[in-house]
Every structure is written in structure tokens, then in C-alpha cells.
Design a binder for this molecule. Structure first.
Ligand SMILES: [Zn+2]
Length: 464
């Protein structure tokens, strides 16, 4: 039994993990035919998340035709693992009032012919899913809290406001009650996802950003500025190699993005912006630069993901003091598609070690439930640059490998993101092996036996 410092995952979705635990998981089907024979217990609607086209033998994105086989009378919605793309059947579109004449909306796209919806257009479909009740929200937070503790995670940066059809104030109320009742223990730094000036102004007017809460803190403004590379919605400077004419999606107009960032920055809030494509990274850095020139704040702004940040952009991040919240584990799913999507640009992607070496503040995260929250999987991909799901694909840009100590340091760096680097939390875990004296394969399979927060036992593994 070895004692280790516990883990701070700098960006994930606690509530998303709780939701994922309740809805069916579609990540295990090997063929689209299997997917088509899918069924679950809910008699009214099927909502599931977790597919990635690389999992299917057919190596293609499912369409409404596959889902119409699941049901013609009940809506079926399957969300891609990234959360940026969904596919639904004809019944779901019918209930949502989508026809071949429905106009496209800004910040997303959809194709009536295939039933595929991306980014903001997903809301057109997700509105037919009944929102969770307050009790359900609480149950989902609790089950996610317990799951995270079982994985050795004691602190998180978490985006929980982005759940459809639930007002952010209801989430704050639920969190206050849960911590007050002692039902959640994890240190939570809320990444405040408020994607409009109106919502953000409401949040600021009510003083939520300055309030102290028991057990959790309000963190940076979180914005989703583009999509995912796999879903071809991350915003690139040049077209996707496997989709000519498509550069991805800009969720906000540039002036809107600038206003949102400046409003937060000028009110003493940092920003943490989801940006994956090189095109979006440029735009986000432009907006941050413009804002900090005005506010002159001593900030801790960050870009979440920064997967396709080029070496030049990395220099710019360093100059502007913009941190990178990155997910080595994304290679787990993306390693098989990065060349298809990007062509030669793949050689300048996932440059997390370069960021680290160049002096960008790099904090590790998993973006769970997008990828598993298990920190040993994340450490494994950081160290080996190899997919756990598809080891046969080999190493991706091996010069970007971290050493174990560097990778552990990047997890510890998360404390900086929430101004907690000098807080001496008495948080630690007991694991079943000495991770400094085992092979990487053994490291990957490390098991957490006990988790402690503030010196108190909060998780103990069942002996069975
Ligand atoms: Zn996320």
C-alpha cells in the first residue's frame, strides 16, 4: 500500500458524469447492426451517449436510418462521446418539429436527411428530453462525487451549468444543499458556463462570483467556442482534410466572444475557453489579448483542450500568460482519426509536452465523461502517447511524451488554476502499487484503495 498525493482534474463535468451513469452507454457496440438492435427500459425516450465512429466495424457515423431500426414510434437520441454531435431518428425530429424546411441556426448545423445535429443545433432536439428534477440532480451529483472519489480525484474544475433546460441558479442551489448536507466532499471549482451577456450579467448582478460557498467555489467563465475534431466542428484555419469546404464551427461571433470575455475579465473573473481548432485558438487569444490590454488584470485565463495549438500559438499563449488545460487521454479515441481529419497538420497537434517545455502553464484533465476520469489512464497516455483502446495504432508524436514526474506535476498544476496552490489540503490516496517502480502497463492498472479529503477517509474500496 502506497500513499500518493490525490488528483485534481482541472476540467470535467461532474453533473455530466452523473447523467452518464444514469443514461445508457452506447460506447460498447462493435457494429451499427448491434446499435440498431439497441433497447432500454425507458418506454418514452431513448437517450444514450458515448459512440465514436472508430468503434464501429463500419467506421462511419450512424445516421437516422440506423436509429429508425431501433424505434419508429419512440424518439431515439444518441450523443457522440464528445458531446458535440448527436444523431437522432425521424420520430425525435418529428417531436422537435424539424422538417426538411427548417432553417439552419447559427453556432451549429444539422442535416435532416441524416438526422445528425452539431453544437447549438443539438438544442433543437435536446429540448424534447424532459429536464431532471431537483431530486434527480442531487442524486446525479452524489453518484458522480462518489465515483470521482473512488478514482482518487479529490478536486475538480467542473462545468455543470451547461445542462439543457436547467437554470444555473438551480444548480447553485443544489450544490449548496449537497455540501450543507455533507453529501458531497470533493473540492469543486465551478467553471461558470454562461454563454450569453444576459446570463453572465445576471450572474454578476446577483454577486454569485464574489460569494463564498461551503465546499465549492465559483471559478472562471467557461465558454464553448468551437466543437470537437472528431465531429469536424472544431474551428480550423483551413478545411478539414476529409471534408473539403468545412472549417468547423465558430459558436460565437467574434464581437460576442470579445464582449463575453471582457465582461468576465473586467469583473475579476478569469475565463476558461474551450477551443480545439487552430482557427478558434487564434480567435480566443485575440479576444483575451484585447481584454487584458484594457483590464491589465493579473489573470489566470486558460484555453481548455488547445489540441491543435501550433508551435507559434504556443508561444503566443506563453506571452499572454494563458494556461492550457489539456487531456492527454483524448489520444485514446482520436489517435485513429487525427491524420484523416488534419492531414499533415497532425504533426503539429497535441503538443502538450512542447507547451510544458516552453513554459506554458499546463494542467491535466480528462473532460469526463468525454473520456474516462481514471487518472492512471491519463498518465499512461501522457507517458506513452498510445491509445489504450487501440494500442495497435502505435505511438503518436513520441517526442511529446512526458515523464511520470512531469505528468504528475501537470496534475498538481491544476491547483494553480483555482488559486489553491498554497493551500495545504490534507488530501491523499492509498494505491495498490508503487507507481514509481513499475512498468507503464502496471501503472495504467493502478487501483485506488482509499481516498482521504482533509485527512478524513471518504472512500474505501470494497474487498470483494
Ligand atoms: Zn468539457
Amino acid at each position: 500500500m502506497i500513499r500518493l498525493t490525490s488528483v485534481y482534474d482541472s476540467h470535467l463535468h461532474v453533473l455530466g458524469i452523473g447523467i452518464q451513469q444514469r443514461i445508457a452507454d452506447c460506447s460498447e457496440f462493435a457494429t451499427l447492426a448491434e446499435l440498431s438492435s439497441y433497447s432500454n427500459d425507458n418506454p418514452k425516450i431513448i437517450v444514450s451517449r458515448g459512440w465514436h465512429e472508430s468503434q464501429f466495424i463500419e467506421k462511419r457515423t450512424p445516421t437516422k436510418f440506423d436509429l429508425n431500426h431501433i424505434s419508429k414510434s419512440m424518439p431515439v437520441i444518441l450523443i457522440r462521446t464528445c458531446g458535440h454531435v448527436l444523431v437522432c431518428n425521424d420520430k425525435a425530429m418529428e417531436l422537435a418539429g424539424i422538417t426538411s424546411d427548417t432553417p439552419q441556426i447559427e453556432g451549429g448545423s444539422f442535416d435532416y436527411k441524416t438526422g445528425i445535429f452539431t453544437e447549438d443545433a443539438m438544442d433543437l432536439i435536446m429540448k424534447i428530453v424532459p429536464p431532471p428534477s431537483k431530486e434527480e440532480l442531487k442524486e446525479m451529483f452524489i453518484s458522480a462525487n462518489n465515483y470521482l472519489l473512488s478514482q482518487g480525484i479529490t478536486s475538480v474544475g467542473s462545468d455543470d451549468f451547461s445542462i439543457k433546460n436547467v437554470h444555473y441558479e438551480d444548480i447553485i442551489e443544489v450544490l449548496e444543499e449537497l455540501y450543507h448536507e455533507g453529501l458531497m466532499q470533493i473540492h469543486l471549482y465551478e467553471q461558470v458556463n454562461l454563454p450569453s451577456i444576459k446570463l453572465q450579467q445576471d450572474f454578476l448582478n446577483k454577486g454569485y462570483h464574489k460569494k463564498t460557498y461551503n465546499g465549492f467555489k465559483m471559478g472562471p467563465l467557461k465558454l464553448l467556442a468551437d466543437g470537437s475534431m472528431g465531429g469536424r466542428t472544431a474551428y480550423l484555419n483551413k478545411d478539414y482534410s476529409d471534408d473539403p469546404g468545412n472549417k468547423g464551427i465558430q459558436v460565437f461571433k467574434q464581437s460576442e466572444l470579445e464582449d463575453l470575455i471582457y465582461l468576465a475579465d473586467s469583473n475579476g473573473m478569469d475565463v476558461a475557453i474551450h477551443a480545439i481548432g487552430d482557427g478558434m485558438i487564434d480567435l480566443v487569444l485575440d479576444a483575451i489579448e484585447k481584454s487584458i490590454r484594457r483590464t491589465k488584470r493579473n489573470h489566470r485565463h486558460s484555453i481548455i483542450h488547445a489540441q491543435l495549438a501550433t508551435k507559434q500559438q504556443i508561444q503566443r499563449m506563453k506571452q499572454l500568460g494563458v494556461a492550457a488545460i489539456v487531456q492527454p487521454i483524448f489520444l485514446n479515441s482520436d489517435i485513429g482519426i487525427v491524420h484523416e481529419r488534419l492531414g499533415d497538420r497532425a504533426n503539429e497537434s497535441y503538443l502538450f509536452k512542447t507547451m510544458y517545455k516552453e513554459g506554458v502553464h499546463v494542467a491535466f484533465s480528462t473532460d469526463a465523461p468525454v473520456e474516462p476520469v481514471n487518472p492512471f489512464y491519463n498518465l499512461y497516455t501522457a507517458i506513452t502517447r498510445t491509445s489504450i483502446k487501440q494500442p495497435e495504432l502505435g505511438e503518436f508524436l513520441p517526442e511529446e511524451k512526458f515523464t511520470l514526474d512531469e505528468a504528475l506535476e501537470c496534475y498538481q498544476n491544476s491547483y494553480y488554476m483555482s488559486y489553491d496552490e498554497h493551500k495545504n489540503y490534507n488530501d491523499y490516496i492509498i494505491v495498490d502499487r508503487d507507481i514509481h517502480n513499475c512498468t507503464v502497463e502496471e501503472l495504467k492498472d493502478t487501483v485506488v484503495l482509499e481516498t482521504y479529503i482533509d485527512g478524513k477517509l471518504v472512500y474505501k474500496r470494497d474487498k470483494k
